[in-house]
Each structure stands twice: as C-alpha cells, then as structure tokens.
Design a protein around this ligand. Sequence first.
Ligand code: 13P
Length: 280
Amino acid sequence: MYTTLKSVLEEASELNMAIGAFNTHNLEMVQAIVKAANNQRTPVIIQTSEGTAKYVGMRTLVAVCKSLAEEYGVNVDLHLDHAKNWDNIREAVDAGFGSVMFDGSALPFKENILGTRRVVEYAHAAGASVEAELGTVGGTEDGVAVASDAVRLTDPAQAVEFIDKTDIDALAVAIGTNHGQYKSKTNINFDVLKSIYEVAQRPLVIHGGTGVSDNDIHRVIDLGIRKFNVGTELLVQWNRKSKELYDSNKENTSNRNNVMPALDVVQEVVEHKISLFKNI
Ligand code: 13P
C-alpha cells in the first residue's frame, strides 16, 4: 500500500524496530529498494533530495511509488528529504508525497518552530506527515556541506518544546552522525540520544546512517530511532559498479547491461540494512 510516514513509524514503534529510509537519485533505484523491502517483508521509505525530486518529477515519483507498492504489496512512504524551499514542499504535498522533511536546523530555534508549523499545517491538511530537525547533523549531502564547527547536538529540553509547539510526526536528532561518512564509522553520543528518548513523545530519526556501525544500529533502535536514513552507501555502490561496467562493456551495449548489475548491488545493500533495522 502507498502510505504515510506516520503510519509506517507507528508500526516501527510497536515492534521496536526502524524503517529504512533510502535516498534514491533516479527512478531505477526506487525499484531495487522496493524489491529489497519485499524480500525482507518490511515497509520502506523512499526519499529524495529536492534536486532529485525536481529532476525526476514529483508526480512521476508518486506514480512510480504507488505502482510499485501495489505490484509488490509493500507499504511505501515517499518522502521529500531536507526540504528548505516552501514551493518545493507544497509541490510535493500537492503531488501526493506521503511525507516531507522541513529542514530548519540552521535557523534560530523560534524560526525553526515557525517554519515547521507552517509545513505541518499544510501537510497535515493534505494527509501527509512531517519530519523536522533540531540540532545540526554534520557532513556533506547532495553537495550541501555543514562545517564541523557548525554541528550542534540536539538539546532534549528543546526537543520537548519543539514537538509540543509543532506537532511533527518525527524528529530528526543530531547525536554525532554525519552525512556522507562512508570511509569510517561514527562516534554516536548515546547519552544525548537516551536523554531525548526519555522525554520526547515522537518517533526519532537518524541521519547519516551510512556511517553508523552494524552494532550501533541495534543500540540506537533500542533508544527510539524509528526512521533510519541511508544514502551515501547506496550511491557509492551504484557508482562503483556502473563505472566498472561502463569502462569494460562496449559502447554500443544496451544501457541496461551497465545499470542492472549496479541495481543488484544496491538491492543487496538495502536488504542487509533492513535486516539489521528489524532489530531481531
Ligand atoms: P548518508 O548519506 O550519510 O547515509 O545519510 C543519508 C541521510 O541522512 C539522508 O538525509
């Protein structure tokens, strides 16, 4: 079924697991991600940056996700990741995205609340869910870099006030992870996560999932992480495999011979991550 973030995260909370949220950069990867979720029998979140959503087309993304959800019998939420632009947010909600993330993390606290409330009002009226971020996750994502001196961990007391004043469906927390970290593993601040989990009455979201070690995945899920974002690992695997094939195959070979093996690798990574996110 094509569904919403709120709905898949309710299921995750009930079962003390996380739902994988995988960043796609094109339409092909969507299919590999849904196939992996089907094999693992879990719901899945497909997410895109504003750039990818514009490139593929928001209505096209919705149509493809609806069609694949039906074809495979998988619960799929389509999510706009790190949206800052109000027009893009409205376009996604109007096109039928199941959820959007408003990223006001770089704004002063009150501005973040005001921006998030505006998005919540619009999205909830259309039946879509909203994620927002408090604190700052470091690293680089889709070309946007956050300098290490700009990183601020989430303050648990502020998290309570933020949730109370915005009525978001999920809170992205800054607990030491970085976007795009694929050559080393993250030092997660479990004390901060625990303090947030003890007081925040909403599903929590981890960004920069590529850098989180397999062992830490279970620990953060036991402390309330319900949406687990993974982007870079899929992208790197896709690029490596397709580069190898584009280099070795003849120029006049069908494009699918370069793309399909790269999709198999993406599917494998997604399946492995989902198997960990089940927290068994
Ligand atoms: P990684 O690319 O580091 O896995 O992070 C993905 C993410 O958090 C998307 O918002």
